[in-house]
Design a protein around this ligand. Structure first.
Ligand SMILES: Cc1cc2nc3c(=O)[nH]c(=O)nc-3n(C[C@H](O)[C@H](O)[C@H](O)COP(=O)(O)OP(=O)(O)OC[C@H]3O[C@@H](n4cnc5c(N)ncnc54)[C@H](O)[C@@H]3O)c2cc1C
Length: 388
């Protein structure tokens, strides 16, 4: 039997909880909002009150449920918005549609969930913001990454199929894609402009960052004096080729209308066709994705998507993103061979009394015969300010 007073307290508690939920769900779009009950009730709620509910009828555990109220007012890390979108390419987008934690104590960011989880292993310690930052930076420096998995992001993404093929290789996300068996594929194709068409790189077989139409310099041909260069002609031919492949869409629709199954009709469409999916990933694996796909070696189109994702999550986990940039994105990773070469170079410079500027290259050769590895080392030396 429950006492009347207890019922009254529970009733007030649920009214307050429903108020919190209502405010969360109905917060209008705009800036960050503090979610509290009416009259800022959260500020008068005693710290961590616990309500014990008796076992629920129909429940299978047979146990009471303890319910805690938050210690402080909560804020929505997405500012009450249901969706934040950045447009990518001609028809694509990355939209952030949800985050976990979605509600965090006022004055905090979602970084807080990382600290909360890490303290299970390191103890409560102090809770100063500066020390929370220090803890997150320590975790990233020492690759203690499981606390980062406590933060999750859900995206809605639209991208061409050739990008989706690269993206799907990241196996640690949860994916649900538009079904071309169930629905007709929309008439949306990626078509870069003539100016965006890239030349095949001579040094990187997978890449091409230089434009075919580069206003002359190395581009093979903006052409001077009103002449159309070969690069321009080739880039235009490529874009025309894409337009021809898009024309297949009318045939696809016609064949679907005549009874060919959608699952078969679609196989004649080009990989420039847009698809879309929901993609959910934890922060640890998102950072791995961003490290690989924001990198200059990734295909330019997917780099654009990765940068958009970065911009969407950075305000939500600013401390972690800053640490990741300091320790991973902006870092230079050296192999043992490179460390040996670096040591040799420093030793040679010291032997010359530090006056060996511009003469260190001969001491920096990498042990081993691999030409590509040697070139990569020289690129790292340049990044470190050691060479031309
Ligand atoms: C510039 C670039 C070029 C590429 N070129 C090619 C190419 O030519 N051909 C090609 O096929 N792919 C290519 N890829 C894809 C690449 O090989 C990876 O499949 C992709 O980057 C996903 O990386 P990942 O496996 O680390 O990521 P995820 O699948 O997200 O996995 C994250 C991490 O989880 C662990 N993990 C996940 N699954 C397993 C598992 N089954 N076993 C063990 N550990 C696991 C690993 O530590 C992994 O690093 C390329 C990628 C890049 C960035």
């Amino acid at each position: 039997m429950r006492a009347e007073g207890e019922l009254g307290f529970r009733g007030a508690f649920f009214a307050r909880l429903m108020g919190l939920l209502w405010l969360t769900m109905n917060a209008a779009t705009g800036g960050e909002r503090v979610i509290t009950g009416a009259g800022n009730e959260a500020s008068v709620v005693p710290a961590r009150p616990v309500v014990v509910e008796p076992p629920r009828a129909g429940g299978v555990s047979g146990c009471p449920v303890e319910v805690n109220l938050p210690e402080a007012a909560l804020v929505d890390v997405m500012g009450g918005q249901s969706r934040r979108t950045i447009r990518v390419l001609d028809h694509g987008f990355v939209a952030l549609v949800d985050a976990m934690p979605r509600l965090v104590p006022s004055g905090q960011t979602a970084d807080y969930a990382i600290v909360q989880a890490a303290r299970v292993s390191y103890g409560q310690g102090t809770k100063k913001v500066s020390e929370d930052q220090g803890l997150i930076r320590y975790l990233l420096r020492h690759r203690h990454t499981t606390p980062l998995e406590m933060v999750e992001f859900k995206f809605h993404i639209s991208m061409p199929i050739f990008i989706a093929r690269q993206w799907i290789r990241h196996r640690t996300a949860n994916v649900n894609e538009y079904s071309g068996r169930y629905s007709v594929m929309p008439d949306r194709f990626y078509r870069p402009s003539v100016e965006q068409v890239r030349r095949q790189s001579a040094s990187n077989r997978q890449g091409g960052s230089e434009r075919l139409v580069a206003g002359g310099a190395g581009g093979g041909g903006g052409g001077g004096g009103g002449q159309v260069g070969q690069g321009q002609v080739t880039a235009e031919a490529f874009v025309a080729f894409l337009a021809e492949s898009e024309a297949l869409y009318a045939k696809y629709r016609d064949l679907v209308d005549k009874g060919v199954s959608r699952e078969m009709a679609r196989i004649g469409l080009p990989v420039s066709l847009y698809t879309e999916w929901y993609w959910k990933i934890d922060l640890h694996n998102l950072l791995h994705f961003l490290s690989l796909r924001m990198d200059a070696h990734a295909q330019e189109e997917i780099q654009g998507y990765a940068r958009a994702m970065h911009d969407l999550v950075e305000p939500i986990v600013p401390v972690t993103m800053a640490a990741w940039k300091d320790y991973t994105l902006g870092g230079v990773k050296l192999s043992r061979l490179e460390v040996d070469a670096l040591r040799a170079e420093v030793k040679a410079l010291r032997a010359r009394g530090g006056g060996g500027e511009g003469r260190g290259a001969e001491a920096a050769a990498l042990a081993g015969e691999n030409k590509r590895e040697g070139e990569e080392w020289q690129a790292k030396r340049r990044e470190l300010g050691l060479g031309e």
